[in-house]
Design a protein around this ligand. Structure first.
Ligand code: M6R
Length: 615
């Protein structure tokens, strides 16, 4: 959580830092702040609230011309979101100024020691402790900033991505990373710093992604000096070429990123397929998987670890892997897995699913699995992310940047890549016939078009949303492959509309949730043609008998459910295994329209952040 940005060079720092913060606002939006040094004086502006509030406040106080600056957008961990707790934080002498993403776990002990040495603290943050610790180390050892950072970080337990500069030597910014992401954009005699590459993509496509336990001194007039803090050794800075472009991270005419991302799904899935799904040749190409095929084929079981929406994608994968590849699968919340002393064997394969590739619990689960000798395979969207680097191998989803906090295209592309993995394993194992395999390849190829067709129900969905908008609660039901879709539909509604919603396997309804049903309760039922269709129809009858309001997702042409439900939303026919890819679309749109009608902040719902880099 939290986003950090920095710039040093010959351009105006303010617009670069401010726009960078706007792009990183998905990482947290409790407060924001920017520090600029104009060659004579530090200009600091911090405020509770969003980056727009910061821009207004800074404009009112007067923005200086400056060629060095750092900024921060915060998701509060230590200390309530207010102006004082906002970053950047200055050291007691006022010389050092720092932004930080992460948590310093031993900050209380460090603070006590610093207080005993006369340091005074104005905020409740761990970050103010860190900047003063660096100042103290710098002073007592009489060293330069880079060395002071290096020594101070030895005292620190926790996670951090930091950028710090010294007003008395404003020709360099020092950055370091452990656990939280940090990218350095390398221009011509200028450097950009950010939690991901989006803030600097229009200026340079050359980037260095710092690894854990690395720091860099970014001094004007020379190349970035990267250092391994564990080995205390200089490293060659590995510059990567980025393939991201500005259009990918803008709204492109849509009112919200979430809506844009919902509509991008046909294109995103085509990108997931690109070069991998080759029906004419009868093959699926996944190099990450091919390099570890024997581990997968000999796996006693596959463990899937993930959080939130990614966990729901894992649940869909469980059905697909077990049905096609006949490999036992267990799906775990990463946050539970990491702390419950799980049994992990060398013959296990662990698949870690994460859009951001930065989720702290998933990262910790991966490290645990690796320490037991399991092969860990990542399914990530963000290239170069911590999880992508930490896993033994993996496949990117290639969904493109997902900015809306509510995950949409990440979910469907995760299911898509997991489907390809399962199908390829099934083929290799011989657990499905060649003809069934070939048929699945052709059917998968149709998915982007079928999602286009599902999107065409938007107007109907908007009308249904206008009725559902008054609800206080909602139930989402599905069976088999569409049980995780029900969970995901309920999560979407909760997180962006703040309406309480629960997802259940439809058959579980009579074991408790049926007591909730009355004329005020909307029940969204995924009732597409499947092995469970008749059973789901019975469940719908049970809801109707209790006067629940039924909104059903049905296969185009359905007449039975149409006769029972208050509203139906048609989706095109697919195979049962691929049905989540289309049934989830109307549920995303339904939540979106309800949230808009309620005036919610769809892209940045309260209390949330896009990547959860704290536990
Ligand atoms: O980046 P990740 O996929 O690891 O994130 C996991 C969850 O935090 C995420 O899916 C979250 O539940 C979304 N807000 C759901 O829309």
């Amino acid at each position: 959580m939290c986003g950090i940005v920095g710039y040093i060079g010959s351009k105006e720092a303010y617009p670069i830092v401010l726009n960078g913060l706007r792009r990183l606002e998905y990482r947290g939006y409790d407060s924001a702040g920017i520090a600029l040094f104009d060659g004579a004086q530090l200009h600091l502006c911090k405020t509770k609230g969003k980056v727009n509030a910061l821009a207004e406040k800074f404009a009112a106080q007067g923005v200086p011309q400056a060629q060095i600056g750092i900024g921060h957008t915060r998701w509060a961990t230590h200390g309530v979101p207010n102006d004082v707790n906002s970053h950047p934080h200055t050291s007691n002498s006022g010389a050092l100024i720092l932004v930080h993403n992460g948590i310093i776990e031993n900050y209380a002990a460090l603070k006590t020691v610093l207080q005993q040495r006369g340091y005074v603290f104005h905020s409740d943050t761990d970050t103010e402790v860190l900047v003063n610790l660096i100042e103290e180390v710098k002073k007592t050892n009489n060293v330069k900033l880079g060395k002071a950072v290096q020594l101070a970080l030895k005292e620190v337990e926790g996670a951090y991505a930091i950028a710090v500069f010294d007003q008395s030597k404003p020709n360099e910014i020092v950055v370091a990373k452990l656990g939280s992401p940090l990218a350095i954009g390398v221009g011509t005699d200028e450097f950009f710093i950010a939690s991901d590459a989006t803030p600097f993509i229009e200026f340079t496509n050359q980037a260095i992604y710092l690894e854990d336990h690395e720091m860099a001194v970014l001094r004007l007039g020379r190349e970035a000096r990267v250092r391994d803090l564990k080995k205390d050794a200089r490293l060659d800075s590995a510059i990567q070429e980025l393939s991201l472009n500005v259009e990918q991270i803008e709204k492109g005419g849509y009112e919200h990123f979430m809506l844009k991302e919902i509509y991008e799904q046909p294109r995103a899935i085509l990108d997931t397929f690109r070069g991998r799904l080759l029906p004419e040749e009868g093959i699926i190409k996944l190099s990450g998987l091919e390099n570890h095929m024997s581990r997968f084929l000999n796996a006693e079981r596959i463990l899937i670890v993930a959080c939130g929406t990614s966990w729901h994608a894992g649940l869909v994968a469980e059905y697909i892997f077990e049905e096609w590849a006949r490999i036992p699968v267990e799906v775990e919340y990463a946050s539970e897995f990491r702390y419950r002393n799980p049994i992990i064997n060398k013959n296990d394969v662990v698949i870690a699913i994460s859009q951001s590739g930065e989720t702290a619990d998933t990262l910790a689960a991966i490290k645990l699995a690796k320490s037991h000798g399991a092969l860990v395979y990542g399914v990530c969207n963000v290239a170069g992310s911590s999880i992508a680097r930490e896993t033994d191998a993996g496949s990117y989803t290639h969904a493109g940047p997902e900015i809306g906090v509510a995950s949409t295209k990440a979910f469907t592309t995760q299911i898509t890549i997991l489907t390809l993995i399962a199908l390829k394993l099934a083929k290799e194992k011989g657990s499905i016939s060649q003809s069934v395999y070939q048929q699945h390849l052709y059917e998968l190829q149709q998915i982007p078009q079928l999602i286009e067709e599902a999107l065409a129900s938007d107007a109907t969905i908007k009308k249904i949303a206008s009725e559902m908008v008054m609800a206080q609660h909602a139930l989402y039901l599905g069976r088999g492959y569409n049980f995780p879709v029900a969970l995901e539909g309920a999560l979407k509604l909760k997180e962006i509309s703040y309406i309480h919603a629960e997802g259940y396997p439809a058959a579980e309804m009579k074991h408790g949730p049926i007591a909730l049903i009355d004329a005020q309760m909307p029940v969204v039922v995924v009732a597409v043609n499947s092995n469970h269709y008749d059973k789901v129809v019975s469940n719908i009858e049970e809801i109707k008998a209790r006067k629940g309001r039924i909104i059903a997702i049905v296969t185009a042409g359905d007449s039975v459910v149409k006769g029972l439900a208050d509203h139906v939303i048609e989706v095109p026919k697919t195979t049962e295994a691929s049905s989540p890819l289309v049934t989830t679309i109307p549920l995303q749109l339904l939540s979106y329209h309800i949230a808009v009608m309620l005036g919610r902040n769809v892209d940045q719902p309260r209390n949330l952040a896009k990547s959860v880099t704290v536990e």
